[in-house]
Design a protein around this ligand. Sequence first.
Ligand SMILES: NC(=O)c1ccc[n+]([C@@H]2O[C@H](COP(=O)([O-])OP(=O)(O)OC[C@H]3O[C@@H](n4cnc5c(N)ncnc54)[C@H](O)[C@@H]3O)[C@@H](O)[C@H]2O)c1
Length: 340
Amino acid sequence: MKTIFVTGGAGFIGSAFVRLVLEENADVEIINFDALTYAGNLENLIGLDDARHKFVKGDICVKEEVFAALPENTEAIFNFAAESHVDRSIASASEFVLTNVLGTQVLLDAARAKNVRRFVQISTDEVHGSLPEDDNAFFSETSPIQPNSPYAASKAAAEHFVRAAFETFGVDTITTRCGNNYGPRQFPEKLIPLMISNAMNDEPLPVYGDGRNVRDWIFVEDHARAIWLAYEKGRAGESYNIGARNERQNIEVVKSILDVLGKPHSLIKFVSDRLGHDRRYAIDAAKVETELGWEAQTTWESGLRKTIEWYRANQDWVSRIRNGAYRDYYKNHYGMEIGA
Ligand SMILES: NC(=O)c1ccc[n+]([C@@H]2O[C@H](COP(=O)([O-])OP(=O)(O)OC[C@H]3O[C@@H](n4cnc5c(N)ncnc54)[C@H](O)[C@@H]3O)[C@@H](O)[C@H]2O)c1
């Protein structure tokens, strides 16, 4: 049995990764280490095989907690734990520096001390900054690191510490940089679940600026599978950009959600743009496709339908979040109330 240590496994992508790995690898057991911040949710882990999945509540910034939970000779650390929402980083960046940068360094120190075989850092395409609209340019592994938001800056800083651990101490590292994920269990502050949950409640759908910002969307399970392949087949010290070649303008995404739900486009409400809003992200996925033999298995149309179906079937999950501290965040950020 191989033991892997997954941080942030109660969040959106981490929980999808944990599910996929347990389902597809009978010889793997997982220690799922998560601080359960506002974004972490134990409900995301319901139904997992307890014999091979152990949840530990802990903070990646606290060395003692990490060292106590991480066994000697662990096969790999997968670091998903992060403050992950750009808007929150614009409101206050310190938590992002703490978790995303210091937390990553604590894990790298632990990896060395406990003789962990491989360290996988889950990063983002946002470290590359923004691409011009209507341009044929894409982010590849050799694109410059030029983050624009505090969130992206903290993820870029973390990547530099991962690189330093590889170069200085020979820690076996892999960095993955993915585009925008969507799928079940994403916290409703993010674009797609926000729009689905507001539309289901016949509330206004707040769209930033002119709505023409472009994101490269990937279904969360496709991302999880790419991370696993990068761990299995990736070369030490390398980074891998992951994308499904699925660029969409935000307004197009929002209209598709309304169409699937059978709701009117008049629910769309344009709001002041996000500060420093990156115009376009697009990923050249040639390296993961050729070197790792990965390709996205979920089309945009089927992924969006599956996602909407999940939110429809799990309205209690959404309601519990919308009735918690998220209400105040939403009101502060958008200047309007959400219903229950
Ligand atoms: N969501 C995306 O589209 C996307 C795209 C590319 C990369 N990523 C990266 O993937 C990772 C996961 O993203 P997500 O969307 O699932 O985020 P999320 O916000 O849904 O989940 C983050 C998880 O990390 C946990 N966490 C936060 N601080 C912690 C700490 N100090 N110690 C331990 N656990 C802590 C939270 O409790 C939560 O469970 C992040 O590193 C993010 O930067 C996300």
